[in-house]
Design a protein around this ligand. Sequence first.
Ligand code: HEM
Length: 295
Amino acid sequence: MNYFQAGILAPLPLAARHLFFSIAEGDAHGIRASLDALRGLADGDATVVGLGQSLTLALGAQIQQLRVFPGSSTPDADVPSTPAALWCWLRGDDRGEILHRSMVIERAIRPYLELAQAIDAFRYKTGLDLTGYEDGTENPRDAAAVNAAILQNAGAGLDGSSFVAIQQWVHAFDRFEAMAPHDQDLAIGRRRSDNEEIDDAPPYAHVKRTAQESFEPEAFLFRRSMPWNDERRAGLVFVAFGKSFDAFEAQLRRMTGAEDGIVDALFRFSRPVTGAYFWCPPWRDGRLDLRALGS
Ligand code: HEM
């Protein structure tokens, strides 16, 4: 029996929809009723749920470690913080079915929570980023994945939680395509042709910046990113689950050059336009476990 939402560690689906809700009416009673309704709809697998800090505070509860996404801004790396109250990650293999499920959720939690943003995501080939590079290769597996992504030994109501960081990145394909293929490989730090890591990649290479074992303490993340597009733009919905936000924050700091002034080469052809943190409640008796919120 899972004590965490099974969709967190499940394989990536063919299609997904990310829903971000904001609080429309700050009435604790109504918000609690909305969450109850959502509990009846979310199975933790095809629908993974995360709560933002504003939502837990509206219910008079504080989840230790849950905080607001840290934005930062430098000329070469703008990282916006765009908090939301609630995130639902709808996963499946049929976009129509996902869309219908998303409308059911929207209706069920109105008028207290209203949809602020929706992003449709999809699998590209075998799980590639739209630049053609395989994404997720160095994700921890099996027990190591659980250790990285799921909070344990924190007590009832918290064991089985996960903390998720989500950013919508917009790729500048013209800039990426203007780079020579070898420079593209150096920017990522892996060869697109065979996904081999380039040992002597420069320090600005993405996988050099984020090498999980190079942090003290080691900064393992469980990434579940997928490509997205709308009528004009496209990129990656970056999704990283952790037992806290610490590993993500350490990586992001290094990517933005906050440690040594070296900015991750990803920023040369992509930029985040959103950034938010959510607490994914544990799973118990076939439902979201909201004991930490006093429910
Ligand atoms: C446009 C956004 C991004 C793209 C296209 C991207 C793409 C990639 C690719 C292609 C890899 C190599 C294969 C793999 O191990 O998955 C990778 C590795 C990785 N990325 Fe990203 N990434 C993005 C954003 C981020 C962000 C924001 C973070 C964390 C703050 C991050 C953390 C990591 C980590 C931890 C690894 C594995 C490093 C290792 O231990 O080898 N990525 N990414």
